[in-house]
Ligand binder design. Structure first.
Ligand code: PBG
Length: 328
């Protein structure tokens, strides 16, 4: 049957009808809110390129987490700005490191500990050179060394789990890091801590504002020798297969909006939970349009998140988590 017997508009006549036939739902519990924890007390340092996002000292991070918990948000993704950086990124696996301190404080708060606390595992915020691994003199000059880096990532993951992380999330894109992290966790008594691997993470211009927020811009070169080329979806599927074979419990796709086809392909390929990260640049470009009055804030924000859910993401890491939860 077709027009005039069939009329698609019949099911769009009222909000209650539209709600009845709506295929995709957005729930605050599906949203993960990133926090950037910095040293000090009472610090709320605004990030210029990310309106509404702050570097927060541990005490302020706990307050922010309690608000997020009150809004029904599912979890937090924690990043750290250490007191000082060095060649090896020792702050990443220091049991007294900034995220470790944050985790312990969050676990003391009845409200905050209801959130799933996800610790990002990477070295770039902790290394003086800003790369996600160790730098060595290679055939073509300075290179990011894979195999020495994954040992350090394992140490970082074990330390974060000891401090109270519910999930560890490696975002470095070294080969073999999921297996190395699993070994390190299991060898340290953290057999029950899941790994959420950023399985396919593309070398993206959309991470620009994050690097201001996390003070993690590479001091030379770029991340293209470890993060993926934006043109490749088949390669993304291989990355996912390898991470699952190494023991990843869930995967995260990143960025989201320019890579929704990759999110969809991942969803159809695997049965583990799939998340997507609406990264800093996606957030900042929408915020810029809101500030100019060019887009309707609430509607564009929710539409951007709904699109990511519709593409197949079970959960979304987003800087809009609090704002979206308020609207929902
Ligand atoms: C660390 C890391 C980055 C992001 C998440 N983890 C930055 C990068 O790879 O340069 C980006 C997140 C965002 O842009 O919001 N490796």
């Amino acid at each position: 049957m077709s027009f005039p017997e069939t009329r698609m508009r019949r099911l769009r006549r009222s909000e209650s009808l539209r709600a009845l036939v709506r295929e995709t739902a957005l729930d605050p519990g599906d949203l993960i809110y990133p926090l950037f924890i910095c040293p000090g007390e009472g610090v709320r340092h605004a990030i210029g390129s990310m309106p509404g996002v702050f570097n927060l000292s541990v005490d302020e991070a706990v307050r922010e987490a309690e608000e997020a918990a009150g809004l029904g948000i599912g979890g937090l993704l924690l990043f750290g700005l250490p007191e000082s950086k060095d060649e090896q990124g020792t702050g990443a696996w220091d049991d007294n490191g900034i995220v470790q301190q944050g985790l312990r404080a969050l676990k003391q708060s009845a409200a905050a500990k209801k959130l799933v606390l996800i610790a990002d595992v990477c070295l770039c915020e902790y290394t003086s050179h800003g790369h996600c691994g160790m730098i060595v003199e290679g055939r073509n000059g300075l290179e990011v060394d894979n195999d020495s880096s994954i040992d350090l990532l394992g140490r970082a993951a074990a330390s974060l789990a000891r401090a109270g992380a519910d999930i560890v999330a490696p975002s470095d894109m070294m080969d073999g890091r999921v297996a190395a992290i699993r070994r390190a966790l299991d060898g340290d008594g953290s057999t029950d801590i899941p790994i959420l691997s950023y399985a396919s993470k593309f070398a993206s211009a959309f991470y620009g504002p994050f690097r201001e927020a996390a003070d993690s811009a590479p001091q030379f070169g770029d991340r293209k020798t470890y993060q993926m080329d934006g043109a490749n979806i088949r390669e993304a599927m291989r990355e996912i297969d390898l991470d699952l074979a190494e023991g990843a419990d869930m995967i995260l796709m990143k960025p989201a909006m320019p890579y929704l086809d990759v999110v969809r392909a991942a969803r159809e390929r695997v049965d583990v939970p799939v998340g997507a990260y609406q990264v800093s640049g996606e957030y900042s470009m929408l915020q810029a349009a809101f500030e100019k009055g060019w887009l309707d804030r609430d509607r564009a924000m929710l539409e951007s998140l709904l699109g990511i859910r519709r593409a197949g993401a079970d959960f979304i890491v987003t800087y809009f988590a609090k704002d979206a939860a308020k609207v929902l």
